[in-house]
Design a protein around this ligand. Structure first.
Ligand code: ZN
Length: 210
């Protein structure tokens, strides 16, 4: 017997009342969004395989939050992780004001010096695995949040070096951990460039290869 087996993504959305949005800084209507991958036969969903996305969204600014955790958008901790991870990779971990500037410009949220120090220590010691964190928390981000993480990664790399193939590869790998395609990564980088890199300047000792 011929069975047409496959997978299907099912989305759901339901209202969860009004809450204070940390971006709008006011009471807004929120909704709960979910995306689940289902095992399907002949196009009929039989049982769920995995939850691909689950977040709460402010219906005014469309910012995604981890459900019931509305102090900051779900993208903010990942933006911080990725920026510190890249600064460490370029041996620029002393550039703490740069980490704060990138986070503030991309997300609108500060990255205080003490937090930068603590996170740098944890990531440098291997206690926090950034790729694993990005994979684990990607499901609480929507496209806006994923774009912010990639823009922040690009800006950190841009500030530290003249972007070459391997630098772009690092950004692509972050995109892959976020479960987005290369077109999305390219789009996010182009957006950052369109914003004139948010005014982020290159560190003074960067040499430009000719
Ligand atoms: Zn909002």
């Amino acid at each position: 017997m011929f069975l047409l087996l496959g997978e299907k993504v099912r989305t759901r959305s339901s209202p969860v009342g009004t809450h204070t949005c940390a971006v709008c800084k006011s009471e807004q209507v929120f909704s709960d969004h979910g995306e689940t991958l289902w095992f399907a036969v002949f196009g009929l969903s039989l049982f769920p395989l995995e939850e691909r996305a689950h977040y709460w969204r402010c219906e005014n600014c469309l910012t995604a939050y981890k459900p019931r955790e509305l102090e900051q958008p779900s993208s903010v901790p990942l933006v911080k992780d990725v920026v510190i991870y890249l600064l460490l990779g370029y041996d620029q971990q002393e550039q703490r004001p740069l980490a704060d500037e990138i986070c503030a410009k991309v997300t609108g949220f500060d990255f205080p010096d003490s937090e930068v120090r603590d996170l740098t220590r944890d990531i440098a010691s291997g206690r926090l695995n950034v790729a694993e964190l990005v994979r684990r928390y990607a499901s609480s981000l929507n496209a806006i949040g994923k774009q912010q993480v990639i823009e922040a990664a690009f800006l950190a790399a841009y500030a530290c070096c003249d972007i070459q193939y391997e630098d772009r590869l690092r950004i692509n790998q972050i995109g892959s951990a976020l479960d987005v395609g290369l077109e999305f990564v390219t789009y996010a980088i182009d957006e950052a460039r369109r914003q004139k890199n948010y005014g982020i300047r290159r560190l003074p000792d960067i040499r430009t290869e000719v």
